[in-house]
Design a protein around this ligand. Structure first.
Ligand SMILES: CC(C)(COP(=O)(O)OP(=O)(O)OC[C@H]1O[C@@H](n2cnc3c(N)ncnc32)[C@H](O)[C@@H]1OP(=O)(O)O)[C@@H](O)C(=O)NCCC(=O)NCCSC(=O)CCC(=O)O
Length: 557
């Protein structure tokens, strides 16, 4: 790009920056030096390839979505939390919000994630353990008791039974008197990554995609700010993928959902802002920053050039980040605070929109109140003390970071090509479905995990406390344990609620939902009715399993 074009770009950025809302804050260094909101190339000098870097707030968004960076608004502190029953988790949410958390993020227990009730035989021993137990809309009422759902943005991490759980959330909001059309939040819903990495599916891909299409359509028309999908690389990375694989598989999954929306005749400018992303921040600091910057650039280009999105919001890649659970060590666990801080900093320098920092004991158990507070404070130290929020994309133009950004982008593009070629009809979706069916993704991730483990065992990669610097004076941590009493209580409560409700209304609502599943009509309204009648998650999912069967992963050796 020549010097004149660069100067014109700077002028465009300046005009947008001047008009934008800025936080009232001190934008000087600790020593009192005034800093600019943005730094760019020297004036009067050509910069070949600068169009790939550009300006914050404009295509290709490498440097961020907003001309103001974090001067306009800092990222949302969104700590993923849930354990025991709805009462216990509600208390934790109030603690998080009271301590300065900016949004909520629900962690469900394994039975809920698999669409099973707490009294299902398969749930035994799992109720309330890795998250909160939710059986029906009545539990959602308790979960969000005293929290105004119209005011707080809530993320719910669930994919297999995402749609019925979303309906329960809507019923709880409705009972609070909220205007549903004003709700804002995120539902994970990303079923592709379940087959690729996380393994919490219910049905074959086809019925899942039908439900997701219904949800996208329902939200685009009725709850425009709600993000019905959080396309997730986190679990792919945690399963052992490289940074480039995480990036490419996640964005490919995102393209798959765009193709789904288009196949339903939806307007890309209407539904694409509802696609949000979720990445891992691993411990290789610069590689992660490059990954986040490349993600925005690739997404914007594909959305504009391949899928025809014309509005900026439809080209924006907005993402949540969680620091890497897999980088935490059980050995010398207090060191995990350091890892988490470094990872969080990479997410911030990469321009994350929302962030979860892991607690130091998360490799051992769910966090205690104290470790959860340290995790939250880690974000606050970075936000309030370090000055990293004063300048948009402070690493833009770094030779190293730009080279890494280009490299990871090129690797991702090569992977998209491979996915496309593996499909049968030129779409990304068909390549993804084939890759799920024949285990292409899982094998590639397993190979990467094996390569890393070998390097670790040979000492080429080092982890403090694990394969180097292992001597310690550290004592064992007190960890949180969820009592099995929670399960007994939850089962009792569920059975009392079942006895209390109008069974004929539940039966009729479930029947209607199944009747609609046999048509092309949107299933969300019927599912909402079933949740209003207090049908349980297990009952809704069992009715659907009766209709659609269950998915079994093909055996592979
Ligand atoms: C889009 C995101 C990423 C973030 O949404 P948020 O509401 O927090 O933030 P946001 O949309 O970026 O910002 C809120 C509003 O402020 C505006 N805004 C932001 N920055 C601005 C700026 N500088 N200038 C002007 N406006 C700005 C935005 O446009 C938006 O308004 P408008 O809306 O008007 O534009 C969402 O999807 C989200 O919260 N995701 C969280 C997902 C999550 O928590 N997952 C947990 C997974 S945990 C898991 O999977 C388990 C892993 C494990 O096993 O441990």
């Amino acid at each position: 790009m020549d010097a004149n074009e660069i100067a014109a770009g700077r002028e465009r950025w300046q005009q947008r920056y001047d008009k934008a809302h800025k936080r009232v804050a001190d934008f000087t260094t600790l020593s009192g030096v005034e800093v600019e909101p943005l730094y760019g190339p020297a004036e009067g000098v050509d910069y070949p390839g600068f169009e790939r870097i550009g300006w914050p707030g404009e295509f290709p968004f490498t440097r961020g979505l907003y001309p103001t960076g974090y001067r306009g608004r800092t990222w949302t502190i969104r700590q993923f939390a849930g354990f025991g029953n709805a009462v216990q988790t509600n208390e934790r949410y109030k603690l998080i919000l009271g301590a300065g958390g900016g949004g909520l993020s629900v962690a469900f227990d394994m039975p809920t994630l698999m669409g099973r009730d707490s009294d299902d035989g398969r749930s035994l021993g799992e109720v309330g353990h890795c998250g909160v137990a939710i059986d029906s809309a009545a539990d959602m009422d308790v979960l969000f008791g005293g929290i105004d759902l119209q005011k707080v943005t809530t993320s719910m991490t669930i994919s297999g039974p995402a749609v019925p759980v979303f309906c329960m959330y809507l019923v709880a909001a409705e009972r609070q008197g909220a205007d549903l059309s004003k709700l804002d939040g995120t539902l994970q819903t990303d079923i592709f990554k379940e087959y690729i990495a996380q393994k919490e599916w219910l049905f074959d891909p086809e019925p899942h995609l039908r439900l997701i299409g219904d949800l996208m359509e329902y939200c685009a028309h009725n709850i425009p700010k709600y993000k019905p999908l959080s396309v997730s690389g986190y679990h792919i990375r945690e399963a052992g993928a490289t940074a480039a694989q995480e990036l490419a598989y996640t964005l490919a999954d995102g393209f798959g959902y765009v193709e789904l929306g288009l196949s339903r005749g939806l307007d890309v400018n209407l539904f694409a802002p509802g696609l949000s992303f979720f990445f891992d921040a691993h411990v290789d600091f610069f590689e992660e920053i490059a990954k986040f910057r490349a993600a925005r650039r690739i997404w914007a280009r594909w959305m504009r050039d391949v899928y025809g999105a014309t509005s900026e919001k439809a080209q924006w890649l907005r993402f949540h980040t969680q620091t890497a659970g897999v980088s935490l060590t059980a050995q010398q666990p207090v060191n995990n605070v350091v890892r988490t801080a470094v990872e969080a900093l990479s997410a911030i320098l990469g321009g994350t929109n929302s962030l979860h920092t892991n607690a130091l004991d998360e490799t051992l158990a769910l966090p205690t109140d104290e470790s959860a507070e340290i995790a939250l404070r880690t974000q606050q130290v970075l936000m309030e003390e370090t000055g990293v929020i004063n300048v948009a994309d402070p690493l833009g133009g770094s030779w190293y970071v730009e080279a890494l950004t280009d490299k990871i982008e090129a690797e991702a593009e090569a992977i998209f090509q491979r996915i496309k070629e593996r499909g049968t009809d030129g779409t990304i979706t068909s390549g993804i479905l084939r890759g799920i069916e024949d285990g292409w993704f899982t094998s590639a991730i397993a190979d990467s995990a094996y390569t890393f483990q070998r390097a670790l065992e040979e000492g080429d990669k080092r982890i403090v406390g694990v394969n180097c610097h292992t001597g310690t004076i550290a004592k064992d941590l007190e960890i949180m344990r969820v009592s099995h009493e929670v399960e007994r209580e939850q089962v009792k409560l569920l059975q009392a609620r079942r006895a209390d409700r109008d069974q004929a209304t539940v039966d009729a609502a479930l029947k209607r939902m199944i009747d609609i599943s046999r048509t092309e009509a949107n299933m969300v309204p019927a599912m909402l009715d079933a949740c209003r009648a207090e049908a349980t998650l297990g009952e809704i999912c069992d009715a659907l399993r009766g209709e659609w069967g269950v998915y079994r992963e093909p055996a592979r050796f």
